[in-house]
Design a protein around this ligand. Structure first.
Ligand code: WTA
Length: 658
């Protein structure tokens, strides 16, 4: 069902929605009146502390923050045990949907038992408070059990995305000096088993010319695909032999509020990944709060589904810690959106009655490309809130999402945040905010952001493009880069001085004071002295009826500094546009962008391609496209979801226009 206002500029909240919303407009007033007091209230209302804190924020050693100083809590207790103690043990915590169609229903009481067994097993392997555990696993319940077991023991985990190759795993294990690696024999990928433990073996093998990952004493292996494994005697341990027989009771020990919870590696501007460190109290408070007020979670009635992989921060904050701290019921799905068919997600929504769906723009655009008729076959009437994260969502995708998935009425929360921020920072509050497609809008209550120009002056004029900064410390902020305090200060707190956390994103305000995040500043192009955002041009391209997806890069150009190069995927209808027709279409697309943004934004080249190079988290790797656009040899493709994509692009590339 599509409502009449599908091309409206803004969407005011529905009164009935507002009446039941978790986050009310008074939150803004409360946070404005006393920001620290506001966070102290959130902390005490949403989280159970074994010892209350005596100071909300200690910023005396900035930029190294301490939140909820003196407080003690156990994160795992907050996400598991307290719900059982409150009489909600029979509530489903996880509806697990496997790639093969296998399912598992895990109540909070089950979760308590499984997490306890896992904690006992890790303890028997010698994992204690402060020891690091690397988790290299697919999206299965054991992954969640392991994360929560680590939190229970005070052993920081480092989840390494299951799509990373051996060297990436080796570097991360070495940097964190992990004691144990938890993995599976294999993982299901599009209906087929792929080895995983073999990659761990390779990462841990003594290899000439490579640093040894010799901190690891044990590898704990879940049997998932029945793939053959090479056994390393004395090191390797089967989960089903070692964990399943453990006691299902384990007493969580209180940890200091600032005790490290996890390290999550993310790419920086240099080759060496940054180990982003998050701690216990502040991280949990911000995510319990944001999940409640931004996703509007009502734990008694909602079925929540965050489609992110646990290997990324979204999986940490909004699949594990936020929703479980809130006692929510959620879906965990192991597979891909098109296995075994392109309606798989909508089938899952229908089956479990999913009411809140949190996903990424790239997925939404993929569904648009597949066609409206696919979701139309399913009953999606349970959906009442939609969310987007990871990159700017173009208004066309936003409207498609609302119309075709949200029945033309579900509010969409476009949430801006980063691995470093730990939790959602800029987002509408559903039921409060009048939504504006394409904009993440305002900092949520308790958060402060500004846009600065090159000199660090505050920009307020609508349209002026600058740098997004955060001006006050926040509970879920990263505490440092693991083992590298200097890099932490340099990367985030030096560009505009120690007062400002520099997010690395470009942004502008519109006439209504809404923030439009324009993408990483390294994705902001400078063409003839004009700043252009890749995201804006991409959005213009996908607003053309023939275009399904687009990626834009700034290629070095002698005349203009940088030139706009666009790569586009066409919608299924007539996707094989070639020859004269293709040439015509390319010119049409160039003019279309010229029309949408201005002649300066007209791409120098438009290349029609069958696929775009994406990481497994769905981010387009513009660096590789830049190599193509600048006629260079294509760089490292190891983090691509499908490394053959670059060959496809190079082989089948359309002729550059003019
Ligand atoms: C981008 C993901 C625009 C941004 C949670 C940021 C977004 C980077 C949005 C962090 C959004 C994320 N609108 N851009 N709603 N959400 N980004 O660390 O460039 O994987 O700096 O964290 O993604 O990516 P990360």
């Amino acid at each position: 069902m599509v409502t009449q206002d599908s091309s409206a500029k803004t969407y005011a909240p529905d009164e009935a929605f507002t009446a039941q919303a978790v986050g009310q407009s008074t939150l803004f007033d409360d946070a404005e009146a006393d920001r620290e007091g506001f966070w102290a209230t959130q902390a005490r209302e949403r989280i159970s502390w074994s010892t209350d804190f005596d100071q909300t924020l200690d910023w005396s050693n900035a930029p190294f923050a301490r939140w909820f100083v003196g407080g003690e809590l156990n994160v795992s207790y907050n996400c598991v045990d307290r719900h059982v103690e409150a009489g909600n043990g029979e509530r489903v915590a996880i509806h697990f949907e496997g790639d093969q169609g296998d399912t598992r229903t895990i109540t909070y009481a089950d979760l308590q038992q499984e997490v306890s067994k896992t904690a006992n097993a890790l303890a028997e392997l010698g994992v204690g408070k402060g020891d690091r555990v690397a988790i290299y696993m697919p999206m299965i319940p054991e992954t969640v059990f392991t994360m929560l077991a680590c939190a229970r023991l005070g052993a920081p985990h480092s989840v390494v995305f299951g799509g990373f190759a051996a060297d990436a795993l080796r570097t991360r294990v070495i940097d964190a000096e992990a004691k144990v690696v938890v993995t599976t024999d294999g993982q299901w990928r599009r209906g087929k088993p792929a080895p995983l433990k073999a990659t761990v073996d390779e990462a841990l093998a003594v290899t000439e010319g490579k640093e040894d990952a010799d901190s690891v004493t044990n590898v704990l292996i879940v049997k998932r695909t029945d793939s053959p494994v090479d056994w390393v005697e004395g090191r390797d341990v089967w989960w089903h032999e070692f964990v399943d027989g453990q006691s299902a009771e384990h007493t969580p020990e209180p940890m200091d509020s600032e005790h490290p919870l996890f390290i999550l590696y993310t790419s920086g501007t240099t080759g060496k990944p940054k180990g982003i460190l998050h701690t216990s109290g502040g991280y949990l408070v911000q995510n319990a709060y944001a999940n409640a007020v931004v996703h509007d979670v009502h734990p008694e009635t909602d079925v929540y589904w965050c489609t992110a992989d646990v290997g990324w921060v979204t999986g940490h904050s909004y699949l594990v810690y936020g929703p479980l701290a809130n006692g929510a019921t959620q879906v965990v799905y192991e597979g891909t959106p098109d296995t075994p068919h392109q309606g798989r997600w909508w089938e899952i929504v229908q089956k479990y009655g999913v009411s809140i769906l949190y996903t990424a723009p790239t997925a939404i655009r993929t569904f648009m490309k597949w066609g409206d008729d696919i979701p139309a076959k399913y009953d999606l009437s349970s959906i009442r809130v939609l969310g987007s994260v990871g990159e700017p969502i173009n208004p066309e995708a936003w409207r498609w999402f609302r119309d075709h998935i949200g029945a033309g009425k579900a509010p969409i929360v476009d949430t801006w945040w980063q691995t470093e921020t730990g939790g959602i920072m800029i987002s509408p509050l559903p039921g409060v905010t009048t939504l504006e497609p394409g904009s993440a809008q305002r900092p949520i209550p308790g958060i402060k952001a500004e846009i600065l120009d090159d000199e660090g002056q505050r920009l307020t004029d609508p349209g002026a493009v600058g740098y997004l900064v955060l001006t006050e410390p926040w509970p879920g902020m990263l505490r440092t880069i693991w083992g590298d305090d200097e890099r932490y200060k340099d990367t985030y707190w030096s560009r505009f001085g120690p007062e400002f956390y520099f997010a690395g994103d470009g942004a502008r305000y519109d006439e209504d004071g809404n923030i439009w995040v324009l993408g990483r500043v390294d994705d902001v192009m400078n063409v003839s002295g004009h700043r252009l955002s890749t995201a804006e041009i991409e959005s213009a391209l996908v607003s053309h009826p023939r275009v399904a997806e687009a990626a834009v890069v700034g290629a070095t150009d002698e005349m203009t500094g940088q030139a706009v190069c666009a790569f586009v995927i066409l919608r299924s209808e007539g996707a094989d546009a070639g020859g004269a027709e293709g040439e015509e279409l390319i010119q049409e697309l160039r003019s279309h962008v010229g029309k949408e943004i201005g002649p300066i934004a007209k791409p120098r080249q438009v290349m029609i391609v069958p696929e775009l190079p994406k990481t497994r988290s769905g981010k387009i790797m513009r660096r590789l496209l830049k190599d193509v656009a600048e006629n260079r040899e294509v760089g490292d493709v190891s983090t691509l979801a499908d490394s053959s994509v670059m060959n496809l692009i190079q082989d089948g590339m359309g002729k550059p226009a003019s």
